[in-house]
Design a protein around this ligand. Structure first.
Ligand code: TGC
Ligand code: FAD
Length: 392
């Protein structure tokens, strides 16, 4: 066994760091430091216990990551790339942490920011940005997931009021939320409503028995004749385009975040393979393990570069939804591949929560499903390539 000195950063092989602005690097470093000091030591326990501390929301608000890419109303107004870098660092901690931030900032806050009235923005956005309030986004239903246009939840007019009836399923932040953005069928098409916690007829029930994203709150929303004033309607969103435009934002964060989960798995595999000895050598001295490490490093670097490219396009106002689909499809599949490979490198320890890998691996099983399954994104890309819609 011959040792060689190396100057390469194993976690930034292609020197992506060198292309970042000072501001982007500062934001990335601040989020990375938060994850290291506040999350990494405890997240295995949160995952095992199926809980996440509610105080984290206020701490994330102070960190400035909630709705950080939005302008005004107490939001930081950063670039999309800076937001992506924050998502990468958060998800290197845990996909549940990134989910909390994605759903708050890219789904609930973005929906209000993009489609809400002045009054709605002023009422909710500053509190949501500060982490003094929590938001959720109710699109999926028990019988309507990939095909949200088939939703059954409906809102009927009664005088000036709206009355909502239906169910929403798998809703991140649901039991914590002070305000739920709920999408419903109306006589004017699919519309969005702001449903404050405590509104009579509205309830959220935690979904238990999850074996993935355990450090994240997931809930069912129950709407039994929930009466809302006319001012609860999001005036700007007038069709399915309303909620789907919000998904682009969250999917953008996910394609960055997946690179973070993958990087964490690669880091664990490098560390383990250089310290674990079998047959008289570190296992990283065997060619078959080096092949796995090289493969994982390629995937992590490729995913990071793809995220950065899409971030630059978004900052230039040129990012298209089908490009977001390609990014989510590619990067989450890469991250799953890296996590499954790293899990094997760690042998039996690969299934232990003492190490981060199995947690990332099972979390990514949610990430590949939510915000559009891999199949849905392949079909979006396929439709863009052929001009033929194969959904129906
Ligand atoms: P389709 O007829 O294609 O479109 C209806 C209208 O919407 C427009 N549109 C979009 N607009 C903006 N962004 C997009 N990505 C858009 N995709 C479509 C479209 O132009 C049309 O507009 P208009 O004005 O002509 O009416 O709709 P479809 O019913 O055929 O469905 C297309 C499909 C399958 C791609 C879409 O329904 C879809 O994306 N399905 C997946 C559902 C999904 O991703 N749900 C996610 C729920 S939220 C979540 O999972 C949170 S996870 C927690 C976390 O993020 O961490
Ligand atoms: P289905 O749509 O029933 O799909 C089942 C299978 O069929 C999949 O493999 C799918 O790819 C495939 N399939 C479906 N249609 C087609 C087709 N046309 N062609 C080929 N294959 C197809 N939703 C929210 O609204 N808000 C949230 O905050 C939220 N958070 C979530 C958190 C977690 C942890 C999870 C797991 C889900 C969350 N979701 C949320 C729901 C998520 O968006 C849906 O699970 C997802 O859109 C898929 O819907 P489904 O589970 O009903 O699967």
């Amino acid at each position: 066994m011959t040792s060689r000195s190396t100057t390469v950063d194993p976690l930034d092989f292609l020197s992506v760091e060198s292309t970042l602005s000072d501001e982007e690097r500062d934001i990335r470093d601040a989020v990375r430091a938060f994850v290291r000091s506040r999350v990494l030591a405890e997240v295995g326990d949160w995952f095992e216990q199926g809980r996440v501390p509610r105080e984290l929301v206020g701490e994330l608000g102070k960190l400035g990551v909630l709705g950080m890419h939005l302008e005004g109303y107490g939001c930081a107004g950063t670039s999309a790339t800076a937001y992506g870098l924050a998502c990468l660092e958060l998800e290197a901690g845990d996909s549940g942490l990134r989910s909390l931030v994605s759903v708050q900032g890219s789904l609930a806050m973005f929906a209000i920011h993009r489609w809400g009235s002045q009054e709605q923005k002023q009422e909710w956005l500053p509190r949501l940005a500060a982490g003094e309030a929590v938001g959720c986004f109710g699109l999926t239903e028990p019988d309507s997931g990939s095909d949200p246009g088939s939703m059954r939840t409906h809102a009927r007019r009664d005088g000036d009021d709206w009355v909502l009836r239906g169910r929403k399923m798998w809703i991140t932040n649901g039991t914590w939320a002070d305000v739920a953005v709920v999408w419903a069928r109306t006589d004017m098409g699919i519309r969005g409503f702001l449903v404050p916690k405590g509104t009579p007829g509205f309830a959220a029930q935690e979904i238990s028995k999850k074996l993935s994203l355990r450090a994240s709150v997931t809930a069912e929303l129950i709407l039994d004749d929930v009466r809302l004033p006319a001012s609860a309607l999001l005036p700007g969103a007038t069709s399915l385009r309303g909620p789907l435009s919000c998904l682009n934002e969250a999917r953008f964060g996910i394609l960055w975040g997946a690179a973070g989960a993958a990087r964490a798995c690669l880091a664990a595999a490098i560390d383990y393979s250089t310290t674990r000895t079998q047959f008289g050598k570190p296992i990283g001295a065997f060619q078959i393990q080096q092949h796995k490490l090289a493969h994982m490093a390629v995937e992590v670097n490729r995913a990071t570069l793809l995220a950065l490219h899409l971030g630059r396009l978004k900052d230039a106002g040129q990012l298209r939804p089908e490009q977001v689909s390609m990014g989510k499809l590619a990067n989450v599949n890469s991250a799953l591949d890296v996590a499954r490979t790293a899990r094997q490198v760690l042998g039996a320890n690969g299934i232990s929560l003492e190490y981060p890998v199995i947690r990332h691996m099972v979390n990514l099983e949610s990430v590949v499903t939510y915000e559009g399954t891999a199949d849905v994104h392949a079909l979006v890309v396929g439709a863009a390539l052929t001009g033929i819609d194969a959904f129906r």
